[in-house]
Design a binder for this molecule. Structure first.
Ligand code: FO1
Length: 322
């Protein structure tokens, strides 16, 4: 892989798998992952950042593969003790995971930014990629459903995404400032590609794109912008995406995802099973294996996507041209 920086926009599990593939094939310190923070919330007095934590655990090799969140080889002494006291046990906090939330909460109280705290944890775990919260301000996804307005974790974990989704809000996004490190990552002259990972567009990527200036900075960067479809066939690989799309009256197909990102994209990546849809997508499209079951799958997908972006760079208007 030649030099140049890669910027990935990511939510939780799907994005983290893709980011790990890129991380493993790229030289150290050439990857920035701009991450969703709208799933964050305060629980039992602790500041919890699920998508940042999934990326930290995944790139550090500490992630819990079975659960898809939290830490591997986890123990649950704290939760069992809490439960015995009648404490809230709907949101599981493992003993190792708890340390991360306690340390982040303490540092936030001391005035450190989420960017600085996340950088500290990444350094502590020898991660040589920048995991960047899109903003150091608060953004909260609120879900308007047939059971009323729900906070994101209440909807996602508390009620297992069962309520019927009517509308999503990203409270705070319109007022949030791009974190300085995000600004620098997007405008880095060495950017080779900006990649929207196969995360949920509505729950994970839109809260990033809604922060003022993010879309403009992505366009200004001059690097080719490519999105990887999180939908394969008419189903989501993981999570509630297909259900949410149906509830938003959107056709559950990768074509909807490409249209959702619109003019932001220079290219789109489909799974091979959806190759027949290429004709319905107006921009250059690559079809390859997007099902990431093994580490080799993740590395191969990252390789394919980056190489595809390279072909787009040559066909894009040179930087600064209107
Ligand atoms: N998801 C669950 O379905 N159940 C849990 O008990 C749970 C605990 C949890 C603790 C820390 C953390 O960082 C994530 C956790 N998640 C849990 C996942 C999380 O709610 C979602 O993965 C994201 O918010 C969606 O991307």
């Amino acid at each position: 892989m030649s030099d140049g920086r890669i910027v990935i926009l990511s939510g939780g599990v799907g994005g983290a798998k893709f980011a790990l593939g890129a991380y493993k094939i790229l030289p150290a310190n050439t990857l920035s992952v701009i991450t969703n923070i709208a799933d964050d919330f305060v629980h039992l007095g602790l500041s919890i950042s699920p998508d940042l934590d999934t990326l930290l655990y995944t790139l550090a090799g500490l992630n819990n593969e079975e659960l898809g969140w939290g830490r591997r080889d986890e123990t649950w002494t704290f939760m069992n003790a809490l439960r015995s006291l009648g404490g809230e046990d709907w949101f599981q906090l493992g003993d190792g995971d708890l340390a991360l939330h306690v340390e982040r909460t303490e540092r936030l109280k001391r005035g450190e930014t989420l960017t600085a705290i996340t950088r500290h944890v990444a350094r502590s775990w020898n991660i040589t990629a920048d995991i960047l919260p899109v903003s150091d301000d608060l953004i909260r996804t609120m879900v308007e459903t047939d059971q009323g307005e729900l906070s994101f974790q209440d909807y996602f974990v508390g009620r297992r995404c069962q309520p019927i989704l009517r509308r999503l809000r990203y409270d705070g996004a319109a007022e949030a400032k791009r974190a300085a490190a995000v600004e620098n990552a997007l405008l880095n002259e060495k950017n080779r590609a900006i990649i929207i990972a196969p995360s949920n567009p509505y729950l994970s990527i839109d809260p990033i794109l809604t922060v003022p200036g993010i879309r403009e900075r992505i366009r200004q960067s001059g690097a080719p912008v490519v999105a990887v479809s999180p939908i394969v066939g008419a189903a989501a690989i993981k999570g509630p995406l297909a259900k949410i799309m149906a509830e938003l009256d959107k056709e559950v197909t990768p074509v909807t995802i490409a249209a959702h990102y619109g003019t932001l994209l220079d290219g789109f990546v489909l799974d091979r099973t959806d190759e027949h849809l290429k004709g319905e997508i107006a921009i250059p499209t690559l079809s390859t294996n997007t099902i990431m079951s093994t580490l080799d799958d993740k590395k191969a997908l990252a390789q394919d996507v980056i190489r595809f972006a390279d072909t787009l760079a040559t066909t894009r208007a040179p930087k600064g041209v209107a």
